[in-house]
Design a protein around this ligand. Structure first.
Ligand code: BGC
Length: 488
């Protein structure tokens, strides 16, 4: 049995945030928050670290891309194996193993004598990110009573963006001395904090019960539901009795569930190919190309224009996703992203036409630089209130119960795979077709995503998971009837 969910959220499950949390649940909340921060820190930190790495070693564009993007390759593998690991050794042990890997990877990165060792460290850290990105939300989802589950998911999403912001801030503080080793090494801090937080907590009652450890399960329930542990035990036992066996891969890819599978994959891919991580990872380089001459100016722009805006806009999305619905947020966000990327493209085109300053050999900061800055702020804000959180919400609610675990894994793997594709080739792309054309390409993909979402993604707000499932069954039945009618 695998019940893996990544950033699981279902509108139907979230409850008003007025319900008080017990001390144990606050700790669980802290675990999910710090897991998000850890994830985010490792996404963001490379933006500032690249400046020092490129000064210390003579790295080619291709190697810079490998150093940046192989975290996502490690995460892709980590996310795929995490469900099985969390079922076998437990959710808590999986989170701890991920944190330990993280610390090991961070130490390797910080001490690396050459770029190859650094790449190994990046892969290890990525693997830890991947495992944690599945095991921590799963741990929190199983620890949280239904009434607070939605809240924990929001904390996770907030943690990710806050982690990116924190990484940018650390990068900015350490940038004057090019202390890239310290920047990467600092990621061990949230990992150690995560171990310390989860150490006094047990595993989830649900996992104990699936392993036949009734006494441990009871103790865990007594902590989470001190008001009524008997009811808590009964609920978990009933939900385990209802468990469907994990669907085979054949079922996951069967015609019956083709629509939710294609929707999950499409959403995961469009979230990445519209450029988000090109900007998150290479923000300082983009600002440098936009005319921000000093490292201090570049890192300040990255911290505040990208990092802080991302946090604030995510908070707005979390507040509105259940009120406004998924489709309006996605479509409005894509309009903002597409238009701002188009403007950024024009800014770069006019920058390319400014003659180079003969003294500094760089283009001067001018209006195009300001347009690029404003454009990127609008882009990040538009992403953060739409595709950022909403894609994860949808991925976790569109899959029918029996294929949910594997369906979410497939979508998550496509998400990491596309993140790798973009971060692996972004710099080469800008070298070969130029910055302007690269941003216009992302803008064009926003248009494709807009049309695809408009045409195919249904509104799920206010529908229970069962209602969503019935919708796919009805659609596949009517498609079958139509094909039988045309055949007969
Ligand atoms: C995406 C990440 C991205 C982050 C930025 C998430 O929803 O999955 O790839 O780095 O948003 O905030």
């Amino acid at each position: 049995m695998s019940t893996t969910t990544t950033g699981a959220s279902t509108g139907a499950e979230s409850e008003p945030p007025s319900v008080p949390l017990s001390r144990w649940l606050w700790l669980v909340g802290a675990v999910i928050l710090v897991a998000g921060v850890l994830f985010g820190y490792d996404q963001g930190v490379i933006a500032g670290a690249l400046i020092g790495i490129e000064k210390e070693w003579d790295v080619s564009t291709r190697l810079t891309e490998v150093i940046t993007s192989w975290v996502t390759l490690g995460a892709l593998v980590g996310a795929l194996v995490a469900g099985t690991v969390a079922d076998r050794i437990g959710r808590r042990a999986a989170v701890m193993a991920a944190a330990v890997l993280f610390v090991a990877g961070a130490v390797v990165e910080a001490a690396s004598p050459n770029p190859s060792v650094l790449v190994v460290g990046r892969l290890v850290v990525g693997f830890g990110v991947g495992v944690a990105s599945v095991a921590a939300p799963l741990y929190a989802a199983e620890m949280a009573p239904t009434r607070v589950r939605g809240r924990f998911v929001s904390w996770y999403q907030f943690g990710i963006t806050f982690g990116i912001f924190l990484a940018y801030l650390v990068d900015q503080l350490l940038s004057s001395g090019d202390r890239w080793r310290a920047m990467l090494g600092v990621s061990a801090v949230p990992a150690i904090l995560l171990v310390l937080l989860i150490l006094p907590l047990g595993d989830t009652p649900r996992w104990y019960l699936t392993k036949g450890r009734e006494d441990d399960a009871r103790r865990a329930v007594e902590r989470i539901r001190p008001d009524d542990p008997d009811a808590g035990m009964a609920e978990i036992e009933a939900s385990i009795a209802e468990d469907v066996p994990q669907a085979s891969w054949g079922q996951v890819f069967s015609r019956r569930w083709r629509t939710p599978l294609l929707l999950g994959i499409g959403l995961a891919v469009f979230q990445q190919v519209t450029g988000i991580n090109a900007i998150i990872y290479y923000a300082n380089k983009i600002f440098a190309a936009a005319g921000f001459e000093s490292v201090a100016d570049q890192t300040a722009a990255t911290t505040w224009a990208i990092g802080a805006v991302n946090v604030v806009a995510t908070l707005i999305a979390v507040a509105f996703v259940d009120r406004l619905g998924r489709r309006p947020l996605l479509l409005a966000g894509l309009v903002g992203m597409g238009l701002s990327l188009t403007a950024v493209g024009f800014a770069f085109r006019s920058l390319a036409q400014i003659p180079e300053d003969p003294v500094t050999q760089t283009a001067r900061v001018s209006n195009p630089g300001a347009i690029a800055l404003v454009g990127l702020v609008v882009y990040i804000a538009s992403f953060a209130f739409s595709l950022g959180p909403v894609v994860w919400t949808l991925i976790n609610e569109i899959f029918p119960r029996d294929i949910r675990g594997r369906g979410v894994s497939v979508a998550t793997a496509f998400n990491w795979g596309s993140a790798w594709l973009v971060s692996q080739f972004f710099l080469s792309l800008t070298d070969s077709i130029g910055q302007a054309a690269t941003f216009w390409l992302f803008a064009a993909l926003c248009l494709v995503a807009f049309v695809w979402i408009w045409r195919y993604v249904p509104e799920t707000r206010g529908r229970s998971l069962e209602e969503i499932e019935e919708m796919w069954v009805a659609r596949s039945d009517s498609a079958d009837q139509a094909s039988r009618a045309s055949a007969g």
